[in-house]
Design a protein around this ligand. Structure first.
Ligand code: FES
Length: 361
């Protein structure tokens, strides 16, 4: 929608409903009529829950309306816990055919026993229950058949597994390196042999770091000697992908031939909550709650656009007019002046004023 119409629309909704959009205004009534309704989300029924390698593998049945995804993409899983709808982002680990043919997909949710969300899932989720999903998003995708090297560490293997198992016929050599710590942490343990048998051109390296030592860029280049003409797909903790990307670039691999996805957002600090004012149209909202600015907007009942919730899609981009925020991906602090920030990965570390981008356009 052009910016001028967007602004008029927001103004109208603010004036009529005291909300930033029509959907936000009617949502409470819809929820009364249909308690399971969640605007913009898709319902999914849990078919099975399989604990494996410190994860819960959730097999989910989705409706025919659920959009197609590209292998490597991620989505948000929403679960109601203690009366509150909480969400986290997970990569889809099943293949694309399973969704199109059986309307099923699978997530491997790594359980953090102390985590507010994943720590509560083992005691909450049951087969037959419904959860909600966002649409799949993200541009960490397997592009085409070409010599490729996929390198994953820990639960970073999940999008790569989806990429590999979505290939129907391998026509180019593909190296798949999965680093995990100990046999009990090996995800998809039952599937690797079948994939190896299906793809003669697959060079599969299951690297047990408990037995073989940590997989470092030096050991990758020295011992495994991947084809440096290949396209590289890296997924794992932030430091892992940064180290491997740097090492590959230093050996002459083109930047365009390296795609990576990292996880591990810095936890918002537990200290004093800073005042935040969010301006939408002519209305200014003081944000309560805690966490990222997006979480605080939601906890206050203010609806703002968002997509991935992990700093990728830019849908939550806003204009910071003053104040200092911390980037929850990198830990960096902004300066105190104006600048564009993403609400989902920004935490206020001083009093902050933010406004939607359309207003300043
Ligand atoms: S919601 Fe995607 S960048 Fe913030």
């Amino acid at each position: 929608m052009p910016a001028i119409f967007q602004t008029i629309y927001q103004e109208l909704c603010q004036t009529l409903f005291r909300q930033s959009g029509f959907i936000a205004a009617v949502e409470p009534f819809l929820r009364k009529l249909i308690p399971a309704h969640r605007a913009g989300l898709y319902r999914a029924r849990i078919l099975s829950i399989t604990p494996q390698a410190g994860c819960l593998r959730l097999r989910l049945k989705v409706s025919r309306l659920f959009p197609a995804f590209v292998a490597g993409q991620h989505l948000q899983l929403f679960v109601e816990l203690n009366g509150r709808l909480l969400e986290r982002t997970f990569s889809i680990c099943s293949d694309v055919q399973r969704l199109s043919e059986q309307h099923e997909l699978e997530l491997a949710v790594q359980i953090q026993p102390q985590g507010r969300f994943t720590g509560a899932l083992p005691g909450t989720l049951r087969p037959g229950m419904y959860v909600h999903l966002s649409r799949p998003v993200g541009d960490f995708c397997f592009m085409s058949q070409q010599p490729a090297c996929l390198i994953g560490a820990g639960s970073g293997v999940t999008p790569l597994f989806s990429m590999l198992s979505s290939i129907s016929r391998l026509t180019q050599p593909l190296t798949f390196i999965y680093s995990f710590r100990g046999k009990e942490r090996l995800l998809f343990a039952a599937e690797w042999a079948a994939l190896q048998a299906k793809f003669p051109l697959l060079q599969l390296v299951l690297w047990d770091s408990a037995r073989q030592g940590r997989l470092t860029p030096e050991r990758l280049l020295g011992e495994l000697q991947p084809d440096l003409q290949a396209h590289f797909y890296l997924c794992g903790p932030r430091q892992f992908t940064a180290d491997f990307s740097r090492a590959l670039l230093n050996t002459g691999v083109a930047e365009a031939a390296i795609r990576s996805e990292s996880f591990g957002v810095i936890a918002p600090s537990a200290g004093e909550t800073q005042p935040v004012s969010l301006q939408l149209g002519q209305h200014s909202y003081p944000l309560g709650g805690h966490g990222s600015l997006l979480q605080r907007a939601e906890q206050t009942g203010v609806t703002v656009p968002y997509g991935c919730r992990r700093g990728v899609c830019m849908q939550c981009l806003c204009e910071k007019t003053s104040g200092v925020v911390r980037n929850l991906l990198t830990g960096e602090l902004s300066d105190a002046g104006p600048g564009r920030i993403q609400l989902c990965i920004s935490e206020a570390v001083s009093p902050v004023k933010v406004q939607s981008v359309e207003i300043s356009a």
